[in-house]
Each structure stands twice: as C-alpha cells, then as structure tokens.
Ligand binder design. Sequence first.
Ligand SMILES: Nc1ncnc2c1ncn2[C@@H]1O[C@H](COP(=O)(O)OP(=O)(O)OP(=O)(O)O)[C@@H](O)[C@H]1O
Ligand SMILES: [Mg+2]
Length: 272
Amino acid sequence: MDDLYVLKFGGNAIRGKEAMLRLGGEIAQMMKDGAKVILVHGGGPEISEEMERRGLKPKKVAGVRVTDADGLEVAEKVLSNLNKDVVECLTESGVQAIGMPGYHCTLCVKKAPVETEEDGKKVTVDMGLVGEVSECDPTALMDLLEMNIVPVIYPIGKDKDGNKLNVNADTMVAGIAANVSCKEMIAITDVPGILMDVNDPGSKLDKVTLKDIDDLIGKGVISGGMVPKVEACRKAILAGVSEVRMVNGTDPECIVADVMKEGSLRGTVITK
Ligand SMILES: Nc1ncnc2c1ncn2[C@@H]1O[C@H](COP(=O)(O)OP(=O)(O)OP(=O)(O)O)[C@@H](O)[C@H]1O
Ligand SMILES: [Mg+2]
C-alpha cells in the first residue's frame, strides 16, 4: 500500500484524552491527504502505576519490562482499557477505528534471556512472559485499511500454544511494519528524537544510520527505553521498511501530520 504509515505511541508521549484527541486530529488530516494508518500503542507509565497500586514492583532490563503472571495480567488489563480510550478518541476525531490485541495479527515467541549488569556484576536475566514477534499475518489489517478503518493494536501477543506474552510496543510495531509494505514507520515518543544529551532537546540528531546506532549504544548515549526503540527501528529497516522515524508526541506544534511533506526533518530519521 503506497501511502501506509505505521504509527506507534508510548504512554509518556500521548497520555490523557486531550493528547489522544490531538493525535486523532492529525491522523484525520493525514487520511484526508490520502494516507492509510495502522496505530500501535504502549502504556508503560500506566502499567507501572497499576503494578505499584497492587504492591508489585516494576522492573525493566535494557528498557524492556520483566513480566511474571501477575505483571502480565496487569499489562493486559491496562492496555486493553487504554485501547478502548484510543478507539473512542479516534472516533470522536472523525476517524473510523477498530481495536485489537497484537495476537489477532501476529504470532510471538518467548524472548531470549538478556545479558546485563546488576551491581557491577554481569548477569543473565530471564525476562519471563515477554514476547518477540515471529510472524505477522496482515490480511485482516489490509481489509480494514481498504475500508479506511484504522486498526488500533495493543502489544499483547500469544505463542503457538496460545500462551499470552507481554510485548514491548516498539517490538510489536516493528514486527507489524516489517510485514506490511508501508511508506514509513513512526515511533511517537516523549523526546524530539535521538538526542546526544538526553537533557538537551537541542542535541537532536536529524538523521542516523544503523552503524551510528551501534556506536551510540556502545558509548551509552542511547539507553533505557531508547534501546528497544532503536532495535525495533533496525528490525523494520532490515525487513525493507524504507523510512523509519522517531518524533515527539508532546510537541505542541505538530506530532506527525507534516511528515507527509517531502524532506520533512521532524524528529530523527533512521536509515540503513
Ligand atoms: N540518546 C537518547 N535520546 C533520547 N532519549 C533517550 C536516549 N537515551 C535514553 N533515552 C530515553 O528513552 C525514553 C523513551 O523511551 P520510553 O520507553 O521511556 O518511552 P516510550 O517507548 O515512548 O513509551 P512506553 O515505553 O511507555 O510505551 C526517553 O524519554 C529518554 O528518557
Ligand atoms: Mg518504550
């Protein structure tokens, strides 16, 4: 599909009705200009807050949430509720939308253990009930897009035996973007793009290559939630997505609408 944009937003970037309606307005504008849109959303802060309310301790390794059975239950409940809110806001913005879990269009496998450092020691962490996308069947998504309906997907997956898995939203969106032919994948986050200094919004890089990303991770410039995000961008690019971008969902001027303009320098563009 020529003008298909696969968008993803995180819970810090778009939070609350006002922000969702603003994004809805921009998606409505993009669709008037001929775009088709698939929307994937996360909900990191909301999940952490609900876990804390229930006395559970959120833990992330390399930006990805370690998930046990209780954590998975919380993630699924919070994400499915958020999904309803997103669909409602899109509808209110004049965009037809249908919500669904990731397992309606993907198959996942349990994520391999992650090597990290804890208290100065190298350790291997079993991430628990966390998934990676292994397959995506875009047939139903394509049917919805043909009817100008936006599929709104929350990142809960299932393995081949039907066990549910928590999937980082960036990982989910890359698994989907890699299997639909889209013009651009865009991660909407809470920073202007990849920054050389996380505390200085003016240090944004307009364009980076996969090689630059390796260097930036090696130097520790890219850390936390930015790690799965750039890894997701890498996966999408290697799978043939021609343009991958990161933009700021908290930008009062514009979030995504103007990326359809040729040569737009909004956010950070990642290329091979
Ligand atoms: N070099 C960097 N440039 C920009 N942000 C960075 C960098 N290194 C680390 N970060 C962190 O990555 C964060 C974005 O990832 P994060 O996972 O927190 O958000 P999200 O994926 O948009 O939302 P969520 O995970 O809640 O769905 C930024 O807020 C910033 O703190
Ligand atoms: Mg994240």
